[in-house]
Ligand binder design. Structure first.
Ligand code: GLA
Length: 387
């Protein structure tokens, strides 16, 4: 365990002991993720290139017998009780839904669960597009597997957690976030074909490139609704070509008939089809350590999100543009669902400190808002923690 990991676990254990009077018997940890390339390609059956981050969620707890679930969110000190016999979403405690969704999926698979109590502690920033939701779902699945052992391979766990979010929480996300949280590898990127679910680790061809996250600290209120609209537009565009998923539409087919598509659908489809190609090119550039190609692909990806998928925000566009001008920056683009949240910046390791300082200062001057700019490491995926 790294120092940060053991601090995270210690905090969760201390919070549990304060709350419930004795230490927990089991714990698991699952990371957030950053999407480097492959924006809104996952639910279109396309390719993604993410990394799991060294920011994670810990779920720690014990079985209690009976059928009551008692949850304590250590970071904002809320406690809520639920019954295994009647799982429902509690609008007053919406944070619990990600965990309950996983319980619900396991019950649907006839995994015999009993009552338990648990604390949740996380340093994945919430609502920033870094998959705090998936981190909680995946940590829950790994935690419950220790209390109530069940059979599932890593991809089955990722899919179960995705269904928890789709069906219980009600967010129609793809598999990118849950996949990344389960499969993360230390110091490496991940590649997934979301249609076949084939995946590989991608090792960067050079070790002097840092992942820098810049959180605009602005989230636009309509983000959830727009995600659903975009997904529907992509599905409608695929249906226009007689296909279920945009992945099945070739570039030639698209070019030949695109003028007959409604404008929104044409733009969304063009983004997804070109983004898929960018993921493959980015994978190759990363492996070769070709920073010029990486920079070009990042700025093409950013422009495609801004102009075709229309899921950036003025703050994100500004951050990406400002970052690209700074010394040591290889490239920058938006990351995650969109309409606010974060940019991902690839920066030469030696330039990171000055880059973070300058980007935060420029953004504050232009917008009056304080951004959070920090370097992250690609980290290992979800795992049980021995206490
Ligand atoms: C969110 C969703 C993912 C994916 C990204 C955009 O993070 O949860 O499934 O669609 O947006 O790439």
């Amino acid at each position: 365990m790294t120092l940060a990991e053991s601090r995270r676990v210690d905090s969760a254990v201390a919070a549990y002991t304060r709350q419930f009077g004795s230490p927990p018997t089991a714990a698991a940890m699952a990371p957030g993720r950053v999407e480097i390339m492959g924006n809104h390609t996952d639910y279109n059956g396309g390719f993604v290139l993410p990394a799991a981050l060294d920011k994670a969620t810990v779920v720690a707890g014990s079985a209690t017998g009976g059928s009551t679930i008692t949850l304590h969110a250590a970071d904002f000190r809320r406690t809520a009780k639920f019954s295994l016999k009647e799982l429902t979403r509690d609008p007053q405690n919406s944070w619990a839904s990600y965990l309950l969704g996983v319980v619900d999926q396991l019950q649907q698979q006839n995994v015999p669960l009993g009552g338990f109590q648990a604390v949740i502690h996380s340093d994945v920033p919430g609502g920033a597009g870094l998959s705090s939701s998936a981190a909680l779902e995946v940590a829950t699945a790994f935690f419950l597997r220790q209390l109530f052992p069940y059979e599932a391979n890593p991809m089955q766990i990722a899919r179960l957690c995705q269904r928890a979010e789709n069906d219980f929480v009600g967010v129609p996300c793809g598999i990118l976030d849950q996949f990344s949280s389960v499969f993360g590898i230390d110091s490496g990127l991940l590649f997934l074909d979301c249609m076949t679910l084939e995946h590989t680790a991608v090792k960067m061809g050079r070790d002097d490139i840092a992942l820098v996250i810049c959180d605009s600290n602005v989230k636009h209120a309509h983000a959830g609704g727009d995600y659903t609209t975009r997904r529907a537009e992509c599905m409608a565009a695929a249906a226009f070509f007689g296909k279920q998923l945009l992945r099945e539409v070739s570039w030639e087919e698209f070019e030949a008939r695109k003028s007959a598509l409604p404008e929104n659908q044409r733009k969304r489809a063009e983004h997804v089809l070109t983004e898929d190609r960018r993921v493959l090119s980015m994978r190759e550039a990363a492996q070769k350590g070709d920073t010029e190609a990486m920079g070009r692909l990042l700025s093409e990806g950013q422009a495609s999100c801004r102009d075709l998928f229309e899921n950036t925000s003025p703050e994100i566009d500004l951050l990406a543009d400002m970052a690209a001008q700074l010394p040591g920056c290889i490239g920058a683009k938006m990351t995650g669902g969109g309409w606010g949240g974060c940019t991902i910046n690839l920066v030469y390791a030696g330039a990171v400190d000055e880059f973070c300082r300058a980007l935060a200062a420029d953004y504050k001057e232009r917008t009056g808002t304080v951004a959070s700019v920090y370097a992250c490491r690609a980290a290992q995926g979800a795992h049980a923690v021995s206490l």
